[in-house]
Design a protein around this ligand. Structure first.
Ligand code: SF4
Length: 425
């Protein structure tokens, strides 16, 4: 009953436990789902927090239900991520020196409270008649000590994770940029959506603002959840990396993922596109590159990297005398690196340049962007209510489940699928 009420609430854009508790008394749909039971807001909130662990299994069951109903076509999937603000203020995000400063302020406050306690002890009879009782002073001291411990733990965590800053309210969230808004402590919710009915077939939530690390997980999860393998993956340039292109090549999956730098040249966000690496011509006979000013970048040597292939380095020695150096490089000499996996990017670019490639990549927008648009603007889910990565991931899964249940409802209304009774999840 509680799950039905929660899923319905999220599907209707009502996530607050107080609002849901109110609806259980006033809205016929909620009353029907709860069979007239009326748990109060604390019970709803506690239930949501305490049952995060079961949500993944329920999400998979619902995806499989969609597969059984013939709603899912895994041939083509689109993947993307969206930044979700956490239930914490950016003002509570601190760097190491900020934490030290707060700890020293609290130390001074504790010192002053202790001094006050001593004075109170010696003048107990006088002071009891005044505003502040001994009890209050002690409570204040406890609060300050608790806060100091919290700040110390946050600093330890920050140092252990090698981060530059930490949010004290949700210490697992990361500061992320939101288009057109100031940076906020956030998580990155990422999904894979199938191509026929817009069902979310895989979902994950990370505190990494970069998207590309999630590609492998989303594809593997899609395979497990749907028991089928995608043959084509559409994603924006945020998912482009050599590792991802190699992975898709090995799996025999056709990717439609533009390269980040080529994409920024195309969009005009790359400052001087005429000096982009792609404008340097390779000369196989001399193993060198020729720059747009006709100068040679000769081979200089190999750069070794751990766990990655070596890269070849080419350098131009004519740069200090070049009229257009300021547009080309900030370094003394322009260098170009060549990764043996570069052919994967060229292969991808060639695929995206074809008429068929353009049509397929064009579908990405229509498949994935409405999913986040609907969640954020129609269902009012611009941020998360639960704190901590595990709970935030659970809340994101409830959003995805609610999205899929709406798709099921739409499919049932628009198709001749026999409705045999209540769907058991
Ligand atoms: S700065 Fe060097 S590499 Fe760049 S255009 Fe000039 S000569 Fe060529």
């Amino acid at each position: 009953m509680m799950l039905k009420v929660l899923f319905y609430g999220y599907a209707m854009g009502e996530r607050s436990s107080r609002v849901i508790a109110h609806r259980l008394k006033s809205d016929v749909a909620y009353m029907y789902l709860s069979a007239l039971q009326q748990p109060d807001f604390r019970t709803i909130n506690r239930f949501r927090k305490d049952n995060i662990g079961i949500l993944k299994g329920l999400f998979v069951q619902i995806v499989r239900l969609c597969v059984e109903m013939g709603m899912v076509s895994v041939g083509m999937i689109a993947i993307d991520g969206t930044k979700l603000k956490v239930n914490a203020s950016y003002r509570k995000t601190k760097k190491a020196d900020g934490l030290d400063e707060e700890i020293s302020v609290i130390d001074k406050q504790i010192e002053s409270i202790l001094k006050e306690c001593e004075e109170t002890d010696s003048r107990e009879d006088e002071i009891m008649g005044e505003d502040k009782s001994i009890y209050e002073v002690t409570e204040e001291l406890k609060d300050k000590q608790k806060l100091k411990e919290k700040l110390k733990r946050a600093k330890e965590k920050m140092l252990m994770s090698n981060s530059k800053e930490i949010n004290i309210t949700d210490d697992e969230a990361t500061t992320m940029l939101h288009k057109g808004y100031p940076p906020e402590p956030s998580y990155n919710g990422q999904v894979a959506v199938e191509g026929s009915n817009g069902v979310i077939v895989a979902a994950t939530l990370t505190n990494n603002p970069a998207d590309y690390e999630a590609l492998k997980e989303l594809i593997e999860e899609t395979e497990v959840n749907t028991r089928d393998k995608p043959s084509e993956v559409l994603a924006d340039s945020g998912f482009s990396s050599y590792e991802n292109l190699e992975y898709l090549e090995e799996k025999g999956i056709e990717g439609y993922i533009p390269d980040q730098k080529i994409e920024s040249t195309r969009k005009g966000t790359y400052k001087h596109p005429e000096f982009h690496k792609s404008r340097f011509k390779y000369d196989g006979s001399s193993d060198s590159y020729i720059c747009p000013m006709g100068k040679t970048l000769a081979y200089k040597g190999l750069m070794k990297r751990e766990g990655k292939p070596d890269i070849r380095i080419y350098r131009c020695m004519d740069c200090p005398h070049c009229k257009r150096k300021a547009e080309c490089t900030k370094a003394e000499y322009r260098t170009i690196s060549w990764d043996p996996r570069e052919f994967l990017i060229h292969k991808m670019c060639t695929r995206l340049e074809t008429k068929e490639g353009k049509i397929k990549y064009g579908k990405r927008k229509y498949l994935i962007e409405p999913v986040f648009g609907d969640m954020k603007y129609n269902r009012n889910m611009r941020g998360l209510l639960l704190r901590g990565k595990l709970k935030a991931a659970g809340e994101f899964l409830i959003m995805c489940i609610a999205h899929n249940l709406r798709k099921v409802a739409k499919y049932l209304i628009g198709s001749n699928y026999p409705v045999l009774g209540p769907i058991m999840v």
